[in-house]
Each structure stands twice: as structure tokens, then as C-alpha cells.
Ligand binder design. Structure first.
Ligand code: COA
Length: 431
């Protein structure tokens, strides 16, 4: 049978694809723009007939019908990272938060530490060899497809067909539904003077020829905007966004000084504008790979001068970063932060930056604190942290004593909190 004929045998409506879900299944869903709207809407429609189905995803963008506390016994979300759609459920206890580093998810799936009976993902149209690209989120979907009972794809002509280890063959697929709506887009994050100031400190420490990982949030984006005068940058990152596209368009990304994947931009998922998705399509410069490739600290750290830029919520005086919870209340997730901090620490000439505004809530709360709020999840440990940057400067912590760390961090705290932090540090015998 030709691949086209095989494709036709697997074509079905989203409602019919949702009928392939069984009680107790875990559905692994593509990240962000890789989440398939028609399949998730059809699952939501069917949710009351099902029991103990889990939807497992790192970043959910849209609140589909199944995000519903009254049907959580039927279909329940399990998040590796919380965003706007999934945060309330995890905080209120009707959905789950699964702690892990992004790099570990593919192996957790392959080793069956986390179940994966079904995969739901966006895919590009099939090529003449029978392959479709999961280029928006090969991250853990490739691993999911290798063990799942049913891989169900939503094929959409707007999904870029990308290079890298992100292709799936029609013979591996249980069902396909087609859609043609535009892919979910997100705008640029808001950047104010605090983010700008932090961005400038970081940009000044990034040399020409550096390879970059750009994290999630406003400050990493503010750094990117200040890099347009650099030369020969490389990209080895987790999330491909419009900030990176703007650097490529400015001609500052050549990838020529990368030690591995030379000449290529590497990422594991994409989230941004239509312009970004169109740019990725059949572009030999862009390679999309699973997260155990992009985020593996050993692999990423083989690049010299790897500079990793990631945001946090709170930092204590030893440099422990609580980037994913506010006290015991989960807020986001580890994502690739710990992966890339370790990768940059391994890299010759590398620097791991943790960026944080000095205060929250109109300067009423210091984000540099003597001890993390009770219950805070530590994302970057005291042994891994290196550069912490606020709008008041840079604290370089690796190799420094506890006393030196406290001094350096108090010096970049908001001036209104420095005396209080100093007094508390003395009481804790840190100073
Ligand atoms: N106490 C109380 N509230 C606090 C706080 C604190 N210590 N720190 C932050 N907040 C509030 C902020 O005021 C803000 O609330 P608002 O939106 O009502 O103003 C909110 O928490 C978010 O803080 P902000 O600094 O704006 O976060 P951000 O949008 O820059 O995102 C995260 C930062 C959450 C993405 C980041 O901490 C994270 O998840 N890191 C781990 C993952 C990661 O780094 N991945 C990288 C690979 S892609």
C-alpha cells in the first residue's frame, strides 16, 4: 500500500480519535503550540464517559473543557510545568504537579516511570516518504510515540516541517485528524525598566561567539534585545521563540563557533508567532530534537562559552533559587533551568545566569531573602548556582564561601531591604 493510501486509512474525525481513549490511559500531550486543539476539544467532550484518564503535559496553553474540577475524576491534568491554563488546578488540588527536569521526561517515559498509553500532538502534513514532523514539540512526544499504544496526530498545514530528530512515520501512527486553524501564537512578554537593566548587565557579560540558552519569561527576552551588536552567536536552547528569531534576522547568529551541532540552531519546542513557525519550515538552520538531547547538561555543555539565562522567583543568601513555587504553592516548574545551569557550569567559558527583579509587589517584598519561604521548591541548588543578576548588579557565587555569597547577594538586593538582610545574615552567623 502506498503511504498516501495508508494515510487515508488512518484519517478520522477528532471525535473518532477520542474514541480510542480508554479508561486509565495517560495521554502525553505536545508542549505549548504542539498541543492539538481539535483532539483536546474532542477529549473534553467525551470526558464524562471516561474514568481515571490523565493528561500529561509540560506546558498547557489553552484551558480546554477537561480543565474542570467537577470532572477531574474522569480526566485529570498532570503538569510538569504550570502556566496560565494549569496553575489554578495544581494550586487548588484538582490537578497534579509532577516535579522533574525537562531533560528527564523522555527517559521517564521510555522506562515507564510515567505512563504513556496515548500521544496527542500537532504534526506537519506527510511528505512523499511517509514522514510527518512533530517539529513544534518533539521534546517528549518522540519518546511517547515509541512506547504508546496509540499515537494520534492533528495534521495541520501551518505546522512547520522541521529538520532534526522530530519525524514520525505514518506506519507508527494509530489515527490522524486534520485541521487548518492557525497555530497558537503568543506575543512578546512585557519588558519594563527593571527587566531592561537586568538585561544590560547580562548582555555585557556575554562575549562574541557565545552559545546561548534563553529561558522563559520577560527578563531572558530583555537580554536577547540587547545582543544585536554581538557577533557569531550560537543557539542551543530549549524553547525557540521570537527573541531568537530577531537575533537570527539581525545576522548575529551564525552557530559557527559551536562545538557540537555546528551551524545549527537547536531547540526542543517552539512558541511564538506565525512568522517564527514559517521561518522554521524546511529551514536547514533549525533542528528540533527531543529534550534529552537539547537539555542534556553533558551534551549542551560540550559547547564552549555556553551562556544560560533563566529566571527565578526568590533567592536565599546561599544562592538557592526557588524558581517554581511561591512558598508551598506551585507556580511553574523546573523546566530546563537546572539542566542548563549545569550545562553552562560544564562548558569552558560558560556562565549560568539566574535573573530576578530585586522585589515583587511594588517593592513591598524582597526577592532576595535570608531563607526561602517555608515550602519553597528549590530549582537551582546552592552547589549549581553561579551568577545571580538583579537590576542592582551581578553576584558571582560559584567558588565563594557562604559569607561571601551573603555579602554579594545583599549588595544586589533592593536598597530598602539591605539593612534588614544584613541584620538577619548576622543573626544567622552568615556575616
Ligand atoms: N513573593 C510574592 N510574589 C512574587 C514573588 C515573591 N517572592 N516573586 C514573584 N512574585 C510574583 C510576581 O509579582 C508576579 O506576579 P504578578 O504577575 O501579579 O506581578 C509573579 O509572581 C511572577 O513573577 P515574575 O518575576 O513576573 O515571573 P516571570 O513571568 O518572569 O516568570 C518564571 C518567571 C516563573 C517563568 C520562572 O521563575 C520559572 O518558572 N523558572 C523555572 C523554569 C525555567 O527557568 N525554565 C527555563 C527553561 S525554558
Amino acid at each position: 500500500m502506498s503511504f498516501q493510501a495508508l494515510y487515508q486509512t488512518k484519517r478520522m474525525s477528532a471525535a473518532d480519535a477520542a474514541q480510542l481513549i480508554q479508561n486509565n490511559d495517560t495521554i502525553v500531550v505536545g508542549t505549548a503550540a504542539g498541543e492539538p486543539p481539535s483532539l483536546l476539544a474532542a477529549l473534553s467532550e467525551r470526558r464524562r464517559e471516561l474514568s481515571d484518564v490523565r493528561v500529561s503535559q509540560i506546558l498547557a496553553l489553552k484551558k480546554y473543557g477537561y480543565f474542570d474540577p467537577s470532572t477531574a475524576k474522569n480526566v485529570r491534568h498532570a503538569a510538569y510545568f504550570l502556566g496560565g491554563a494549569s496553575r489554578a488546578g495544581a494550586q487548588e488540588g484538582w490537578s497534579d504537579f509532577v516535579p522533574c527536569s525537562f531533560s528527564d521526561i523522555p527517559s521517564m517515559i521510555r522506562r515507564k516511570q510515567t505512563p504513556s498509553e496515548v500521544v496527542f500532538c500537532m504534526a506537519s502534513p506527510m511528505d512523499d516518504k511517509g514522514y510527518m514532523s512533530l517539529g513544534l514539540s518533539p521534546d517528549y512526544c518522540m519518546a511517547g510515540a515509541s512506547v504508546a499504544r496509540a499515537t494520534l496526530l492533528e495534521v495541520n498545514p501551518h505546522v512547520p516541517s522541521t529538520h532534526g530528530d522530530c519525524k514520525i512515520h505514518i506506519s507508527q501512527v494509530a489515527g490522524l485528524t486534520e485541521s487548518s486553524d492557525p497555530i497558537i501564537e503568543v506575543g512578546a512578554p512585557k519588558i519594563g525598566p527593571v527587566q531592561e537593566a537586568i538585561g544590560k548587565y547580562v548582555a555585557d557579560l556575554i562575549p562574541d561567539g557565545a552559545t546561548l540558552q534563553i529561558g522563559y519569561g520577560g527578563i531572558p527576552d530583555a537580554v536577547v534585545r540587547q545582543l544585536t551588536n554581538k557577533r557569531d552567536l550560537g543557539i542551543h536552547t530549549e524553547m525557540l521563540g521570537d527573541g531568537i528569531l530577531s537575533l537570527i534576522e539581525a545576522g548575529v547568529v551564525t552557530n559557527t563557533r559551536k562545538n557540537i551541532n555546528t551551524g545549527k540552531v537547536l531547540a526542543t519546542f517552539a512558541l511564538g508567532s506565525k512568522k517564527l513557525y514559517d521561518f522554521m519550515d524546511k529551514n536547514p538552520m533549525i533542528e528540533m530534537h527531543p529534550a534529552d538531547v537539547t537539555n542534556d547538561p553533558y551534551l549542551a555543555g560540550q559547547n564552549d562559552n555556553l551562556h544560560a539565562i533563566n529566571a527565578t522567583l526568590q533567592v536565599d543568601l546561599l544562592g538557592q533559587c526557588g524558581s517554581e513555587s511561591l512558598g508551598y504553592s506551585p507556580f511553574s516548574g523546573t523546566g530546563g533551568q537546572a539542566d542548563f545551569v549545569r550545562a553552562a557550569n560544564r562548558s569552558n567559558g560558560g556562565k549560568a545566569f539566574i535573573v530576578v527583579p530585586s522585589t515583587a509587589k511594588s517593592d513591598t517584598i524582597s526577592r532576595i531573602v535570608p531563607v526561602l519561604s517555608p515550602g519553597t521548591f528549590v530549582t537551582t541548588s546552592k552547589n549549581d548556582v553561579n551568577y545571580v543578576v538583579t537590576e542592582y548588579g551581578v553576584a558571582q557565587l560559584r567558588g565563594k564561601s557562604a559569607k561571601q555569597r551573603a555579602e554579594a547577594l545583599i549588595a544586589i538586593a533592593h536598597p530598602n531591604f539591605r539593612a534588614e538582610l544584613r541584620a538577619e545574615a548576622s543573626r544567622m552567623r552568615l556575616l
